[in-house]
Design a protein around this ligand. Structure first.
Ligand code: AMP
Ligand code: MG
Length: 354
């Protein structure tokens, strides 16, 4: 929802570069049709600033279509609360009015955001928005990077302590503003999966622009997801077998301000600059909200601290590509190549039940 490829913030050539940027890690879903299998029913619609493809397996196509409608309705409801691109969304109103009575979607996302702020020791921080805004504004208006003084001025407004949640009331103090782009898409994917399950679907897959959650199985087989080799599009880095898992990627290629990609959309709150140790961080976790928040966190933390965090979390794995094009993986990633890893029940390290 936070990535809108055609957003006209880039002048001329920069904008063209941005639109045609080579994607570093492409995640593809590999479908194999088993004999005597339940048919796959699929729909693709624009949502969350990307295109969302939902696949469900059910004998009855009518039931499958009804479930797809319920899933897109859930996506629409969550976007109405969380989208940065809608002036009327709860998050936009909070940033404008400084206070809001939050519905359940915003409350849950803020709970998860605080959890990942603490777990990442502040690397994941939804209050970085003032810094992102100054990058956007100065590149768009003057086609240059902010000076250290301009950056430091914007950093003054950053700080999780400016965000207060009391029951369902949310307050922002000072010049603070929040940006949910680091985890809202994952959360919304999870809402779509919950809606499908409530509609009686046990097996399916939600793919929002390469951020994916799979549930159940592909007619008894795991869902197979391929990570394309960024250096050779005809090759895969890995084919990952997922049953009830999500996989998301954070990368500097998605939205950047300058051709060198020194200035891009993932900010290290400790420095006020874009995080540059990694070019891509792919995370596997049980839920998409956890994978999404962790991929942004690990992107900021870099390979050493990022992998150390992932190793502490049961049921979470990572595949990272460093700026030097080195591939680093967490110790359990291999298990996914056979589909043998499972999310432990009630993992206390991940964010509370949403
Ligand atoms: P993702 O593609 O999931 O890594 O999300 C990137 C988005 O997260 C950016 O476009 C910003 O909206 C937001 N963001 C940038 N830096 C941070 C950060 N340090 N913590 C949390 N969210 C961030
Ligand atoms: Mg993320």
């Amino acid at each position: 929802m936070m990535r809108r490829p055609a957003r006209p913030v880039f002048p001329g050539i920069l904008r063209w570069l941005y639109l045609t940027a080579p994607v570093v890690v492409v995640i593809l879903v590999l479908f194999t049709e088993a004999r005597d299998s339940r048919p796959a029913t699929r729909a693709t619609r624009p949502a969350m600033g990307t295109s969302v493809t939902i696949t469900v397996l059910h004998r009855s196509e009518r039931r499958a279509r009804m479930a797809l409608e319920a899933a897109y309705d859930a996506i629409e409801r969550a976007e109405a609360a969380l989208s940065a691109w809608r002036d009327s969304s709860e998050v936009s109103r909070l940033n404008r009015d400084r206070t809001i009575v939050a519905g359940s979607d915003l409350q849950r996302v803020l709970t998860a955001a605080r959890h990942y702020y603490e777990l990442s020791s502040g690397a994941f921080d939804i209050t970085v928005k003032p810094v992102l805004d100054v990058y956007r504004a100065i590149f768009a208006d003057e086609d240059r990077a902010p000076t250290p003084a301009e950056r430091d001025a914007a950093r003054q407004a950053v700080g999780f302590e400016h965000l207060t949640v009391t029951g369902n009331e949310v307050f922002l103090s000072g010049e603070a503003a929040i940006d949910l782009g680091g985890l809202a898409k994952g959360y919304i994917i999870d809402r779509a999966v919950a809606a499908l399950r409530r509609s009686g679907i046990h097996d399916g897959l939600v793919n929002a622009g390469g951020d994916i959650r799979a549930f159940g199985s592909n007619n008894g087989e795991p869902w197979r997801i391929a990570l394309q080799n960024p250096r050779d599009r005809t090759d895969y880095l890995a084919v990952i077998a997922l049953t009830d898992y999500a996989i998301t990627t954070s990368g500097d290629y998605e939205r950047y301000f300058d051709p060198e990609r020194e200035y891009h959309h993932i900010i290290d709150p400790r420095t006020g600059r874009s995080a540059t140790a990694l070019i891509s961080a792919t995370i596997i976790a049980g839920r998409a909200v956890d994978a999404d928040a962790l991929s942004t966190s690990v992107f900021v933390l870099g390979p050493e601290e990022g992998l150390a965090l992932v190793e502490r979390l049961a049921g979470v794995e990572a595949l990272l590509i460093t700026r030097g094009r080195e591939i680093r993986v967490s110790s359990g990633l291999d298990d996914y190549l056979t589909g043998s890893l499972r999310v432990p029940d009630g993992n206390p390290e991940l964010s509370p039940e949403l």
